[in-house]
Design a protein around this ligand. Structure first.
Ligand SMILES: [Zn+2]
Length: 579
């Protein structure tokens, strides 16, 4: 069904369209009620769906989002076709669904959108915007901005166009949007190699297939790496080499709308996945950066992983060659040092980003099903995201002309998958997991004024310290057992079962306050897609709702304590029968 929406109103420039930007407007006596708001994409990235929700809450009639050259265009460097940045006509398309509240088909929140499923009315769907919005290039936004006659906007609101950016004045626009609301099928393509010894333990790999236009980087760089990886796994299988655990590979559809294919697939097979999924390894863009402008150290390797899997990722990187000829581990340390402008490379413990936001297909597996995830990719200069210039030409001439980063990514992805699929003992490190939790908690306290008399986090710190100790003791006991050799398969099987249970114990079926679909107690995302640790506790502290904060801290204490007990019992079982 086609619906048409027409709005004609005065334009107000609202900087990045974040709540604090509207506060600035209010202080200047400007309301956006009934107006058409013009905002720009922001740096650092904030999901456009948050700009839409904010404009909707402010009562705007429509939203226009444009790409200012300050963010991803000529102010950053050479533009397409001479360089990686966005030219004057590039339009960053993109969804504005409120999928940070609940992703997937907006009319089936929390259950699978399969033939015959119950659908709620679109008016009841919390993830559907009630405001119309359009993306613009700066070429199309410039006439609106330069013809304004009202008060000058503050210095930090000025962009890179050679004009004075103003709040308002003398510019009216007519926005007409034709929206196709019909229901269309999505196809998730799935392949699997049955494990030879533990067919009911799955290692899942995935990448989305849908693109806004050509998708040279997003997602086809990831898809190219995935095709090469699946070809290699197929060749191994033909030679009779089968993984011990089952490897499942999915090509997701509809990621760009609301993480739709992966979310619905995850909801459809939730019971199996909760029991069987060892880890999900996501690649969205394998090469989102220009090797031709990256300098001698090359593109940055920028993976993110749940803390329990971070040490194994660092280990695996030592056995992969980077395009520079060094090991991926050495290249990773060098680019991390360069990017942070530090004088020495970071410690191994700081290499992996263990804070995980949303915005890609890992979301359902981590946040809804409580399974561990890893995201892999290379990054660098890239200003044509979601535009028609994100194409094969960009990749071949600017991004990765030799496709060597694509190959490196396929190698690390495959190696991590095979280690998870073949290891005797699953390579989770809960001692390291605990140290990351302690770091998150200290950050929470530093970033907020936590009033001790209102909320004491002492007990939570203590519980995390016990968890850390139990994790280290178990790790050492397992290492001793492995060195002594001759392990009974039954003993190993039971230990792995318990290790998988630890990750499940972070799930709270009630979900975080206000967002029941997001059930992970440690990880969620903000409405901007930015990472958010201890989501229930952090949001309560930020609102200064101390009663809720105490409840959330108690939930965390309970979950950490449960996992400490689990690790202790795993250790005593492991040490009991020496065989
Ligand atoms: Zn993507």
């Amino acid at each position: 069904m086609l619906t048409t929406s027409i709005q004609t109103a005065e334009v107000v420039y609202a900087h990045s369209g974040n709540p604090e930007d509207y506060d600035v407007l209010r202080k200047n006596g400007i309301s956006v009620k009934g107006k058409i708001v013009l905002v720009r994409y922001s740096n650092p990235y904030s999901y456009r769906g948050f700009k839409a929700l904010t404009a909707e809450r402010e009562g705007a009639a429509a939203l226009l989002v444009y790409s200012d050259p300050a963010e991803d265009g000529s102010a950053r460097g050479k533009v397409f076709p001479d360089g990686p940045w966005g030219p004057e006509s590039h339009i960053q398309r993109g969804s504005i669904t409120y999928d940070y509240i609940v992703p997937g088909d907006p009319t089936t929140p929390g259950w699978a959108s399969v033939p015959g499923a119950k659908h709620i009315a679109p008016e009841e769907a919390r993830s559907l915007p009630k405001i119309v919005a359009l993306p613009l290039s700066w070429r199309d936004a410039k006439p609106l901005l330069e013809n304004m006659s009202g008060p000058e906007a503050p210095k930090d609101w000025q962009g890179a166009l050679p004009i004075t950016y103003r709040f308002t004045g003398a510019v009216k626009v007519h926005v007409k949007v034709d929206m196709d609301n019909s229901m269309q099928p999505y196809t998730v393509v799935e392949a699997r190699i049955r494990g030879s010894e533990f067919p009911d333990e799955w290692v899942l790999l995935g990448n989305h297939r849908d693109a806004w236009v050509f998708g040279g980087v997003d997602p086809s760089s990831g898809t190219a790496s995935m095709m090469e990886l699946t070809r290699s796994l197929g060749e191994l299988k033909q030679r009779g080499v089968r993984p011990r655990r089952t490897i499942v590979v999915c090509s997701w559809d509809g990621e760009e709308y609301a993480l739709t294919g992966s979310t619905e697939w995850g909801e459809q097979f939730a019971d199996d996945l909760k029991k069987k999924l060892v880890a999900y390894l996501n690649v969205d863009e394998s090469v989102a950066g220009a090797a031709t402008t990256a300098g001698p150290e090359g593109l940055s390797f920028s993976p993110a992983a749940v803390a329990s899997l971070a040490p194994m990722l660092v280990e695996a990187s030592k056995d992969v060659r980077a395009p520079s000829g060094k090991s991926l581990y050495e290249a990773w340390r060098a680019t991390a040092m360069r990017d942070s402008k530090a004088s020495a490379p970071p410690l191994d413990s700081a290499l992996v980003e263990t804070r995980i936001g949303s915005g890609s297909d890992h979301t359902v597996f981590l946040n809804h099903l409580g399974r561990p995830v890893i995201n892999l990719g290379f990054t660098g200069d890239y200003g044509v995201y979601h535009s028609m210039y994100d194409d094969h030409y960009w990749m071949v001439h600017i991004g990765d002309p030799a496709f060597e980063y694509h190959v490196a990514l396929a190698r690390i992805w495959g190696l991590v998958a095979l280690r998870l699929a073949n290891s005797d003992i699953l390579p989770f490190d809960f001692g390291f997991n605990a140290s990351a939790l302690e770091k998150f908690l200290r950050e929470l306290e530093q970033n907020n004024n936590v009033e001790r008399r209102r909320l004491s986090l002492k007990r939570l710190h203590a519980r995390i310290a016990e968890f850390e100790k139990a994790g280290i003791l178990l790790r050492d006991a397992v290492a001793r057992g492995l060195q002594a050799g001759s392990l009974s398969p039954e003993k190993v099987r039971r230990l792995n079962e318990q290790l998988l249970q630890v990750e499940s114990n972070w799930l709270d079926p009630a979900g975080i306050p206000g967002r029941p679909w997001f059930q992970h107690l440690l990880y969620s995302s903000r409405y901007t897609y930015a990472h958010l640790e201890f989501p229930g506790l952090t949001e309560a502290v930020e609102k200064q709702d101390w009663k809720l904060a105490r409840e959330q801290a108690a939930l965390l204490e309970k979950a950490v304590e449960k996992n400490t007990k689990l690790l202790r019992s795993s250790q005593s079982l492991w040490e009991k029968n020496k065989q």
